[in-house]
Design a protein around this ligand. Sequence first.
Ligand SMILES: *Cc1c(COP(=O)(O)O)cnc(C)c1O
Length: 397
Amino acid sequence: METTVLPPDPEPGGKTLFPSAEFVPNRDCFRSRFYPGISQALWNDWKWQMANRITTPEKIGQILSLAPEERDALEGSVRLPMAITPYYAGLIDPDDPGQGIRRSVIPTIMEVEKSAGEEADPLHEDLSSPVPGIVHRYPDRVLFLTTGMCASYCRYCTRSRMVTDGHCPIGERVWNGAIDYIAAHPEIRDVLVSGGDPLTLSDEKLQWLLTRLRRIRHVEILRIGTKVPAVLPQRITPRLVSILKRFHPLYLSIHFIHPDELTPDCAQACARLADGGIPLGSQTVLLKGINDDVPVMKELMHRLLQARVRPYYLYQCDPIPGSAHFRTSVARGLEIIGGLRGYTSGYAVPTYVIDAPGGGGKVPLMADSIVEHGNGSIRIRNYEGKVFTYPEPVQEG
Ligand SMILES: *Cc1c(COP(=O)(O)O)cnc(C)c1O
């Protein structure tokens, strides 16, 4: 019998080192310059990364030259809360305040300007919360806010009210109440574990939580919402993956905003998760001047697919207070989706949604593809704008 020799395993995600970006970070150089004496091993320890998150204007001011609008937000009376992992800070362009990654984590004074229609809890999550920690909006699934902690704070975060409160109201009592609620509601077949970022919890706590949820017979699938693979890829250890894979079917939705986030470290983290059999999806917030551009969005989606992450949602940015400078028009969002659909793999096209203010849930948006409908046929428009007719079956009676 013929024996087949398999080729050696390829290096995961080796191709994705900033082929087009103007700013190419050099991690080793960044570490030795701003963290002298910190070994590669310590740098790669996620607990060190968490403990050394950048939260002060002094520290961030050593790493990059602050623009006036950034300085005003960090110093003086305003002092907006900030947290950035040293790893993610290494991806920031020190000389360009307009760089996407930089704008997503460095506060600016524009955040104190509240515009019309903006509110702290635009999705009215607090009103759809039957018990603390649970948002039950849809018939068969719940959102479980397990922690207020995040590895890095996104400036446009829909739940920034939870971090800016200055305290995290989620403890053991909240967890127990939320688990009891899920156990008492047999219609809940899908639990979305989110926060904050659940992957900032210790292995032990995460394991305890997932074990409790898995014991509930009617819970069919578990999902975790996280930005950790992008901002703290060191957290995705073989041990973490070996824990997570014991709770299948378990899905992961990862928050990504820009192709610069798909570093070799991030690609390796995604590869570990995918090798653990965890289906990976992405969630992206549409952000003005950061990713509201067809080539940037297309590159992000392509790199996600290369990392085995299937684009899931593209969100219109929620109207939290001080978000106007991040929000782009819906027309632009439709243009971006229109620039993907048909022009690239269907797998690379996320569903563009507005999470309806007031608590209406996610509403998908698409440019009109139905030209005319009735009289036994439907006229439809394709991605190039050409019109076609589909004959509908003749209705009986
Ligand atoms: C987004 C969301 C979900 C999950 O929605 P899917 O469309 O199933 O991904 C569930 N509950 C709440 C409150 C949500 O915001």
